[in-house]
Design a protein. Structure first.
Length: 294
């Protein structure tokens, strides 16, 4: 048996969550074209007969400009220290300040650091060779693996590489597990993803969704999810004219939840305004944010 924990880090929007979802074969982490969609440390569990790799999805590392950003970075830095292998994910847009910022954080890491260049389906081979050379000049990576998470290209090679550096010999999770998060968390995140996909920049990332109840029937689930906002203007945006926006959010979330849970879903969404930070704190604590100091 070979096992271990793999921390997946990178700047926002390079495809960390898509990479893990593609490897696991099921969506356990939401994705969006908006940066910092991932707000929580989520584990995706990959199993073979004699292998268990626990992928730890983390919020994108960035220079924070608010309290939420500070909390996201703090969680990711802890993840770097706690894992056996680090997978640093970049994309093919070139080396930016954000990538260099993360490399600076990795300079004292005493563990294998694997560079994964994602979205290689978008560039030519010559461009990829040049990009690999540029990254090699910046950091002494243990190995470099080019992939396309969306096209599921070269993921087998990445798994093969990771296996070489797994030093544990026990299964940390049951072979049937795909994530450490309860179904209530996955439900809330899917609703949050649909909000991001159906709204524009006027909806901030501080928005929170909580699953208030899940009732299982013979062939269906009745689910209630609260959408927590901090001002009434956001509530109006999410509900939309004549309730059309929240209806679309609910429809898209229901379709995905039916795929995830394999049953008919009756989904009810409601929006709640919580204006005081300390009131909102209790909702965020449910999802792992326990330090709210400035």
């Amino acid at each position: 048996m070979h096992s271990g924990f793999v921390g997946v880090v990178g700047r926002p929007n390079v495809g960390k969550s898509t990479l893990i979802n593609s490897i696991i074969g099921t969506k356990i982490a939401i994705t969006s074209n908006k940066p910092q969609t991932t707000r929580n440390i989520i584990k995706g569990i990959y199993n073979e007969d004699d292998v268990q790799i626990v992928f730890v999805d983390t919020p994108g590392i960035h220079k924070p400009n608010n309290k939420l950003g500070q909390m996201l970075n703090k969680g990711t830095y802890l993840s770097i220290n706690d894992n056996d292998i680090i997978v640093f994910v970049v994309d093919t847009t070139g080396i930016g300040a954000g990538d260099k910022f993360i490399l600076d954080k990795l300079k004292d890491v005493n563990k294998p650091v694997i560079l994964v260049i994602n979205k290689v389906d978008l560039i030519k081979k010559e461009e990829l060779i040049n990009l690999v050379s540029e990254y090699n000049d910046l950091y002494n990576f243990t190995e470099i693996v080019p992939v396309s998470s969306l096209k599921k290209k070269n993921l087998d090679e990445l798994i093969k590489v990771l296996k070489k550096y797994l030093n544990d010999n026990i299964a940390y999770y049951d072979k049937s597990d795909i994530t450490d998060r309860p179904v209530q968390f996955l439900i809330s995140e899917i609703v949050r993803e649909k909000i991001f996909n159906l709204t524009q920049k006027e909806v901030p990332h501080s928005i929170t969704c909580t699953t208030e109840s899940v009732k299982k029937n013979n062939n269906s689930y009745n689910i209630n999810v609260a959408i927590i906002v901090d001002r009434d203007s956001l509530k109006k945006i999410i509900i939309g004219a004549n309730g059309e926006k929240i209806k679309k959010i609910g429809t898209q979330a229901r379709i995905e939840l039916e795929k995830l849970l394999g049953k008919k879903i009756y989904l009810e969404l409601f929006v709640k305004t919580v204006k005081k930070w300390r009131e909102k704190e209790k909702y965020l604590k449910e999802y792992g944010f326990n330090d709210f100091s400035e």
